[in-house]
Design a protein around this ligand. Sequence first.
Ligand SMILES: *[C@@H]1O[C@H](CO)[C@@H](O)[C@H](O)[C@H]1NC(C)=O
Length: 173
Amino acid sequence: PFSPQYCLDHPRDLSLAQLCGVLVSFARLNFQPSSSEEFFSMVTSLELWGLDTHLLTDVVWALCVLQQPRGPLLGLVLGPDFHTRLRGDTSPRAQSWWLKLLQINATARLEAPGYQGPFLPPEALGGHRDGDGDRDKATPLQRGLREALPGALGGPDLVRCDVSTVHGWDIAG
Ligand SMILES: *[C@@H]1O[C@H](CO)[C@@H](O)[C@H](O)[C@H]1NC(C)=O
């Protein structure tokens, strides 16, 4: 119903749910609004801590993607109370939120000067991926890549596959 520009110009006309939805859509589209100070200060002045775990993760992730990380919000989702709630949940939905938390963690470390923590503990990674499990779940494209790369590049020692980066992205090869 509202254009992106309208949302940016009139953030006060939107409900909290609408604002969160707009923000997450901007992030998914990687739409970096230019004159958006009012919009972001409005979003981050809201009572976001009351949001449900998953929505709050989405909102903080979106702020990271849009290069608007806010220390207090980073601290909120990277703190132990928060991510232990996601632990043990192995549904695909939870995995995707987990990936967002890793991206938030990387943003907190690399792009939020002055942010002191908390960070996701490194061992948090363990519960959610084990290499063997990932290998079994490789897509046909990933399996093909693994087979083709050594030949294309001239030897298996020139190839790395399934690399998890600090940015939260996995690189297939
Ligand atoms: C989160 O970032 C911290 C600080 O850089 C790092 O030590 C930690 O390994 C990261 N956590 C995960 C799960 O990647």
